[in-house]
Design a protein around this ligand. Structure first.
Ligand SMILES: [Zn+2]
Length: 210
């Protein structure tokens, strides 16, 4: 893909990046891009009581590894779930600190009309910190009141399979309808039909620098 040798995925919570662009992450890595993944909350308060408190951190490590992200390229922060906006400035400063280290040419982040409060914060601070990069907003249809699908990344069968396998690592999220293999494949098929391919992920083009 043009101009995307170094890629950063901003995930408000540990599974958002895999859900929004897991197939594209797998594809980019297979094509030789270096992909970094930053998760801002491990939602310790929301983990069911029969799991260890850090279960989502364990799961994001497993999931991103399946997609091909190197352990050292995964950054896990411990901001409090649903309260990322309380730490807005701290998060912005963290992103600005990472910018010269990661030097991304492409950043994936939540879409501009995502209504989850934590997703909103990561969208806004991501935009501030990385305004000089290409920015693609990923879709999470249960949080998007509307979604401008104007950019597509086509996927092969192995990319969607890796996305499904990665999300299966989230034992805490089992049973959520959007984690199922059939949902993940169906959405990829829909987005594929829209762009004349078999499978794809759709994005909101927020900014492109060629
Ligand atoms: Zn989330």
């Amino acid at each position: 893909m043009l101009n995307a040798r170094r890629v950063l995925v901003l995930a408000p919570h540990t599974d958002d990046g895999e859900l929004g662009c897991g197939g594209s992450i797998a594809k980019l890595i297979q094509q030789g891009s270096k992909v970094f993944y930053a998760a801002f909350s491990t939602a310790d308060e929301s983990v069911p009581s029969h799991f260890p408190k850090n279960q989502l951190e364990i799961e994001v490590r497993a999931a991103t590894k399946i997609l091909g992200i190197l352990p050292e390229d995964l950054l896990v922060f411990k901001y409090q779930v649903r309260k990322l906006n309380y730490a807005r400035q701290e998060i912005l400063e963290e992103l600005i600190r990472l910018r010269p280290i990661i030097k991304p040419d492409l950043v994936f982040l939540p879409a501009s009309n995502d209504i989850h409060q934590d997703h909103r914060t990561i969208y806004e601070e991501g935009l501030r910190a990385f305004k000089h990069c290409s920015l693609l907003g990923y879709e999470l249809i249960w949080n998007n009141l509307s979604f401008l699908a104007n950019t597509f990344i086509s996927l092969d069968e192995n990319h969607i399979q890796l996305k499904i396998n990665a999300l299966a690592a989230y034992k805490t999220q089992e049973g959520r309808p959007y984690m199922s293999a059939s949902f993940l494949r169906s959405l990829a098929e829909i987005r594929g039909v829209q762009c004349g391919k078999t499978l794809a992920e759709a994005f909101e083009n927020i900014r492109t620098i060629l």
